[in-house]
Design a protein around this ligand. Structure first.
Ligand SMILES: NC(=O)c1ccc[n+]([C@@H]2O[C@H](COP(=O)([O-])OP(=O)(O)OC[C@H]3O[C@@H](n4cnc5c(N)ncnc54)[C@H](O)[C@@H]3O)[C@@H](O)[C@H]2O)c1
Length: 260
């Protein structure tokens, strides 16, 4: 389906050299948007931007750097404005997952997770919103939360806190930015097969697919298609919401006998 309101719009997608972010860039390019593709890995960013531009005969520019750094975020937004003249869509997708026992978790690990997952998203949306307000153009934001930001999972307290906070950020900003015609929603993926998750667990699909009523894990395209919908005109009356894309994983309640 071709959504309206995507063609000729401009977007910044962070953490997009591979995985879910890359699929979001592909979905946007396919519908005729122009994209700044960010990744902390310069080689990956360059290759991914080239690959996707050629595939869709589109306009995708790499801008490599740490999406958790406020200084870098300013440079990236300046680059987007000098390249495209405007910014319509912001997708702060870059995020890190650090596992660890709560009692052992170090301030260094805590700060790494918070800096990218939360500070990166907050200040990218803040700076882009200022530009959208200046241009009176409005805009749309999609944040990447997680099922881990909705329910408790072992050894993921810090990550879970950041992913839950993003949902609250959307609720607050839907309220604060609506007068500027800036709309903000959240996608909460379940277990999704990416280069990273496959590396962490070679039989990721076999192991994690069992959790879902539909028997399979998510694909990056499942998440990207939901983002595309939320960015489109068709979703313009949806604001401040979180959509779970998890194959029904978290719909399942448990009876005592399920615990055996
Ligand atoms: N994969 C999943 O199962 C899953 C589930 C729920 C939520 N999520 C969320 O979705 C988003 C994307 O997940 P993913 O698994 O595709 O990501 P990923 O871990 O595969 O990373 C994607 C890209 O981000 C880049 N990156 C890492 N640190 C960066 C930084 N500081 N600045 C810029 N780029 C950086 C990496 O180099 C990589 O190319 C994340 O926010 C993640 O928390 C993923």
């Amino acid at each position: 389906m071709a959504y309206t309101g995507i063609q000729n719009k401009t977007a910044i997608v962070t953490g997009a050299g591979e995985g879910i972010g890359y699929a979001i860039v592909e979905a946007l390019l396919k519908q005729g948007a122009r994209v700044i593709l960010n990744d902390v890995n310069p080689q990956l960013a360059k290759e991914a931007a080239k690959e996707v531009s050629e595939k869709f005969n589109g306009d995708c520019l790499a801008f490599a750097g740490d999406a958790g750094s406020v200084e870098f975020i300013d440079q990236m937004v300046d680059f987007a404005l000098s390249s495209f003249g405007r910014i319509d869509f912001i997708i702060p997708n870059a995020g890190i997952t650090l596992f660890g026992d709560f009692l052992e978790f170090t301030p260094e690990s805590f700060n790494r997770v918070v800096q990218l997952n939360l500070q990166g998203a907050f200040f990218l949306v803040q700076r882009a919103a200022k530009e959208m307000i200046k241009l009176k153009s409005g805009g749309k934001v999609v944040l990447l939360s997680s099922q881990v930001g909705i329910r408790a999972y072992r050894n993921l307290t810090t990550y879970a806190m950041t992913k839950a906070a993003l949902r609250m950020m959307a609720i607050n900003l839907a309220f604060e930015l609506d007068k500027h015609h800036i709309n903000i929603n959240v996608v909460a993926p379940g277990a999704t097969l990416t280069e990273r998750t496959r590396k962490e667990q070679p039989d990721y699909e076999g192991i994690w697919g069992k959790l879902n009523p539909n028997g399979r894990v998510g694909r990056p395209e499942d998440i990207a298609n939901t983002c595309l919908f939320l960015l489109s005109d068709e979703a313009s009356h949806i604001n401040g919401q979180t959509i779970s894309v998890d194959g029904g994983w978290t719909t399942a309640g448990k009876y005592p006998e399920d615990l055996n």
